[in-house]
Design a protein around this ligand. Structure first.
Ligand SMILES: *[C@@H]1O[C@H](CO)[C@@H](O)[C@H](O)[C@H]1NC(C)=O
Ligand SMILES: *[C@@H]1O[C@H](CO)[C@@H](O)[C@H](O)[C@H]1NC(C)=O
Ligand SMILES: *[C@@H]1O[C@H](CO)[C@@H](O)[C@H](O)[C@H]1NC(C)=O
Ligand SMILES: CC(=O)N[C@H]1CO[C@H](CO)[C@@H](O)[C@@H]1O
Length: 208
């Protein structure tokens, strides 16, 4: 079969679309073309660059008084740059919550190490998937979806480790991005089909 100019163009077009779909399906941090990434003007001289010791403080530590997330991203641990992975250690004292938020750049895989957690996420059809996790359970929060974690147990704190498929997953708090930013009150009132008074009440609660 002879390839006409038109069929070559069609072929190129189909190939391009297929590649774009594959690109979307495996979408993650950009692939690097080197073994690892170094900060500008530095050279690796030892394994310390690939080591993070900042979590040693957790050994034998007591729980904090409020929910605490200790992030280990490329910002805290530059050796993660270009490697598409990161961690967060989540400490939940009794009754504490990790409020509604989104990770725009990564899926989260949470592992409950101690205690229990009520977790949930909402998909783009507004369907809620919620679960009671106990020690040893794992839960996956799909990339970019609104989610929360809550320790409802009245006697036991909870500890979890979350892994992310990005060296910099990012966290966007729903409450803060909507009601503690500088979005005009009128926009918020109309968006939530409510009055400016109610918007102000919510805003003032977050401003503290
Ligand atoms: C890296 O080194 C070059 C040459 O010395 C210098 O011009 C540049 O500003 C440095 N970049 C950083 C990020 O320090
Ligand atoms: C709270 O945690 C303790 C210890 O793991 C467990 O025995 C108890 O059943 C939990 N309570 C609730 C309400 O889940
Ligand atoms: C709301 O924003 C202010 C200013 O950025 C910040 O100091 C405060 O902690 C935020 N409130 C909450 C509940 O995070
Ligand atoms: C408080 C407020 O703005 N309520 C409005 C919600 O939406 C309905 C239907 O559009 C209106 O009738 C209400 O006035």
């Amino acid at each position: 079969m002879k390839l006409s100019m038109a069929s070559i163009k069609t072929l190129l077009c189909v190939t391009f679309i297929s590649l774009s779909i594959i690109q979307l399906a495996v979408s993650t941090d950009p692939d690097i073309l080197t073994d690892y990434v170094l900060p500008p003007n530095t050279t690796v001289t030892d394994p310390n660059y690939f080591t993070f010791t900042g979590l040693r403080t957790l050994v034998d530590a007591t729980y904090p008084i409020a929910f605490t997330a200790i992030k280990v991203t490329q910002n805290e641990f530059p050796g993660l740059m270009g490697q598409s992975v990161s961690y967060a250690i989540l400490e939940f004292p009794i009754g504490s919550i990790n409020p509604l938020h989104i990770h725009p750049r990564a899926t989260e895989l949470l592992f409950v190490i101690a205690g229990s957690l009520q977790v949930g996420f909402v998909d783009t059809s507004n369907k809620l998937f919620t679960q009671k996790l106990v020690t040893g359970d794992m839960f996956v929060f799909p990339k970019g979806l609104v989610h929360f974690q809550y320790n409802s147990n009245a006697t036991e704190p909870a500890l979890a480790v979350s892994a992310f498929g990005s060296a910099n997953a990012g966290t966007q708090s729903i409450a803060n991005s909507v009601f503690n930013s500088t979005i005009y009150e009128g926009i918020l009132a109309q968006s939530f089909n409510t009055s400016a008074d109610i918007v102000e009440t919510i805003e003032s609660g977050l401003k503290g």
